[in-house]
Design a protein around this ligand. Structure first.
Ligand SMILES: *[C@@H]1O[C@H](CO)[C@@H](O)[C@H](O)[C@H]1NC(C)=O
Ligand SMILES: *[C@@H]1O[C@H](CO)[C@@H](O)[C@H](O)[C@H]1NC(C)=O
Ligand SMILES: *[C@@H]1O[C@H](CO)[C@@H](O)[C@H](O)[C@H]1NC(C)=O
Ligand SMILES: *[C@@H]1O[C@H](CO)[C@@H](O)[C@H](O)[C@H]1NC(C)=O
Length: 173
């Protein structure tokens, strides 16, 4: 009798562990992961893309490295380098891709603009030479911090960006 109970108990704990491990949080919604991967694929990695990188708040020089290189579908996008999610709702709210050796044209049809919930976007110190600052940046209605410093963007700053009501800081050049 005791032995049967023991077996049931073991089975029960085993099933519980199984249930918990399979429900271990995979936060990132698939559409957000796909948007990020599409964004990644728009650019080449060039170690020379930014010859100089520094932390804007401290002025301390930082080493560039290709953050997007190891982004892949096999892992939760909330754990990807430079990607931060809201732990409660699992949406991508911060993208920190400064000094990431990204090079290429930034198209206004890019999938980045599908990450509607971004609060912080840092693309500084990359080489998007010849890209215009798209009015679509104005669609990030939750955006509080935008950093496009030394990233090769040209042209006028669209008025849509000025209309972002939550914006606290913006570094554009
Ligand atoms: C990066 O710069 C080095 C030294 O100037 C050069 O040899 C190399 O070809 C460059 N790499 C690319 C991908 O442009
Ligand atoms: C930046 O990108 C442009 C256009 O793709 C390229 O011509 C230029 O050499 C790049 N700059 C550096 C420092 O690699
Ligand atoms: C996927 O990402 C993980 C975590 O960064 C990395 O260890 C793995 O090598 C990557 N796989 C591929 C196919 O790039
Ligand atoms: C985005 O626009 C560029 C240039 O206009 C074009 O080459 C590219 O195919 C477009 N991409 C998509 C996904 O529509």
């Amino acid at each position: 009798m005791d032995c049967v109970k023991l077996v049931f108990f073991m089975l029960y704990t085993f099933l519980c562990q199984l249930a918990f491990s399979s429900s271990s949080p995979h936060l990132c919604p698939i559409d957000q992961a796909l948007s990020l991967l599409q964004f990644k694929n728009m650019f080449n990695i060039n170690p020379n893309a930014s010859d100089y990188c520094y932390d804007i708040s401290t002025g301390v020089e930082i080493q560039s490295y290709p953050r997007t290189l190891f982004w892949n579908k096999s892992t939760d996008c909330c754990s990807w380098d430079g990607v931060h999610c809201d732990k409660m709702i699992g949406l991508v709210i911060e993208l920190d891709l400064r000094c990431s050796q990204l090079q290429g044209k930034f198209h206004s049809n890019g999938s980045l603009f599908q990450l509607f919930n971004l609060k912080r976007l840092d693309l500084s110190f990359n080489n998007f030479t010849g890209s215009l600052i798209s009015p679509k940046f104005g669609e990030f209605s939750s955006l509080m911090h935008l950093d496009l410093l030394d990233s090769g963007f040209t042209g006028i700053i669209p008025s849509e960006i000025c209309h972002l009501s939550k914006l606290r800081s913006a570094y554009l050049d």
